[in-house]
Design a binder for this molecule. Structure first.
Ligand SMILES: Cc1ncc(COP(=O)(O)O)c(C=O)c1O
Length: 475
């Protein structure tokens, strides 16, 4: 569809906003106003059946804690009523052919995608920095994984962007690969050239899935990179709960206008893997978040999240010993490191000395998210604390642990075969040279240290600091 036409449609919807822009939110407000006598699940009956202290903690939320099928709110699988309308509005907002709401997070969206687009021994090219849910999906289906290793930013101990030429090289040499599955942006905000990658996958007649879990905001501002939906990726996943203002576990799965995927199969996959009691509260939070981000108020919030991030980035330049990751990046994801402190130490100082909880730590630095809910004064406080920390002489002992596995994997067995093969648990130190039979991917960010079928090497050991025993294939 022509870009300007799409923009016009979106604007039209935004203007229409005030009346029927939030079908599910409206249905839930009406449900709360006009409750029925409930002889159905959930049995707590709007909170009456819960622990009194839990009621005082969560009261109002319990009042509307219900699942689909009841009270004319619609159903999720198949989608009907207000849920269906809310999904349709989301699809229009994202310029997608279809959008599906998911209450088990992007984990379920990824599982459903693997389930409905791959089968035993299908060859898939997967970014090594993918979330473990992608691999769980491929264990279920028995697809064969070929790795694409993103650029390693060793100074920061994180993965960077995926190089389009690396994808082309792999596809050129293995014509059996029919699906490319990558993560963009990375957890820390590095952005790959999706336009080029989409051109390459088209050239080699491959489908493209982009796990855009961390790019849910992109569609809502020209100040962000473009969503892969814009470049025609077949499917895109958004963890709306991560940054876009939906509740924890609420995600979206989109199929682009020209997606090569069979929509019915995707629906089947979602239906089979999804809970049969989806939380209406979570689904409503998706409808509300989408509408909020496109409203004037939401646009202001977005702009201030970006402005705050830019403000932080420019002020941080003047702090001695502090570095901020720059480059082709989503500016709201701010990855910083402090000279003479590793990421875990910096995270712990911020938390314990200053009551600042960051998103995550790597071996080198910490990730700070500039959220739509953060205020400028919170950034001022963070800057003040970092100035202080930069002047202190913290004397931490050197640790022999690592977090972000920047290892080149050596696959010696199919993922699924290895997962189901006879196994034994052995001491970690005896595991070098053996074949792993379990998924080890610590969260965050859920990137694999070891997978079933992978050779265990000496360099894995520092990442396995909290394991005494490792499950390996029985010899
Ligand atoms: C890239 C990526 N994809 C998928 C997921 C899974 O998302 P969720 O927590 O919504 O299930 C994560 C979670 O961290 C992620 O980082």
């Amino acid at each position: 569809m022509n870009k300007n036409f799409l923009k016009k449609i979106k604007n039209f919807i935004r203007i229409k906003d005030k009346n029927d822009n939030t079908p599910l939110l409206d249905a839930m407000i009406n449900y709360k106003k006009a409750p029925m006598v409930a002889f159905h699940i959930p049995g707590h009956n709007k909170g009456l059946g819960v622990h009194p202290r839990f009621f005082s903690l969560a009261g109002d939320a319990l009042n509307i804690d219900t699942t689909d099928e009841f009270d004319n709110l619609g159903t999720l699988h198949p989608s009907t009523g207000a849920i269906k309308k809310a999904q349709e509005l989301a699809a229009i907002e994202f310029g997608a052919k279809s959008t599906f709401f998911v209450t088990g997070g992007s984990t379920i969206a990824n599982l459903a995608l693997a389930f409905s687009t791959t089968g035993p021994n299908d060859e898939v090219l997967v970014g090594r920095n993918c979330h473990r849910s992608v691999l769980t999906g491929l264990i279920i289906t028995g697809a064969k994984v070929n790795w694409i290793i993103p650029k390693k930013l060793n100074d920061w101990a994180i993965f960077g962007a995926i190089q389009p030429q690396d994808i082309e090289e792999k596809l050129k040499h293995n014509r059996n690969i029919k699906l490319v599955w990558i993560t963009n942006p990375t957890y820390e905000g590095n952005v790959s050239d999706i336009k080029k990658i989409a051109e390459i996958t088209k050239k080699y007649k491959c489908s493209l899935i982009v796990d855009e879990a961390h790019g849910s905001l992109w569609n809502f501002s020209e100040r962000f990179p473009k969503s892969a939906l814009f470049y025609g990726a077949d499917a895109v996943v958004h963890s709306f709960h991560k940054t876009a203002g939906a509740m924890t576990q609420a995600s979206m799965l989109h199929l682009s206008k020209k997606s090569s995927f069979d929509e019915e199969k995707i629906k089947q996959g979602l239906k089979l893997l999804h809970t049969t009691s989806p939380s209406l509260l979570l689904l409503t939070s998706l409808d509300a978040a989408r509408s909020n981000l496109s409203s004037d108020k939401g646009q202001k919030m977005l702009n201030s999240a970006i402005d705050n991030a830019l403000y932080f980035r420019s002020e941080a330049k003047n702090i001695e010993n502090l570095s901020v990751l720059e480059g082709d990046i989503d500016v709201t994801k701010i990855f910083i490191k402090m000279k003479n402190l590793n990421g875990i130490h910096l995270e712990s100082i911020l938390e314990h000395n200053y009551r600042i909880e960051v998103e995550s730590a790597s071996d080198e630095g910490v990730l700070i998210l500039s959220n739509i809910g953060n205020t400028r004064s919170e950034f001022e406080y963070l800057l003040k604390c970092l100035r202080e920390i930069s002047q202190e002489n913290y004397n931490y002992p050197k640790q022999d642990i690592k977090i972000m596995p920047l290892i080149d994997p050596e696959i010696v067995m199919n993922l699924r075969e290895a997962y189901f093969a006879p196994k034994e648990a052995i001491n970690k130190n005896e595991a070098v040279g053996r074949i792993s039979s379990e998924v080890i991917a610590l969260c965050p960010p859920g990137i694999s240290v070891l997978l079933p079928g992978e050779l265990i090497k000496e360099e894995h050991l520092p990442y396995l600091y909290n394991f005494d025993k490792i499950e390996v294939i029985k010899e």
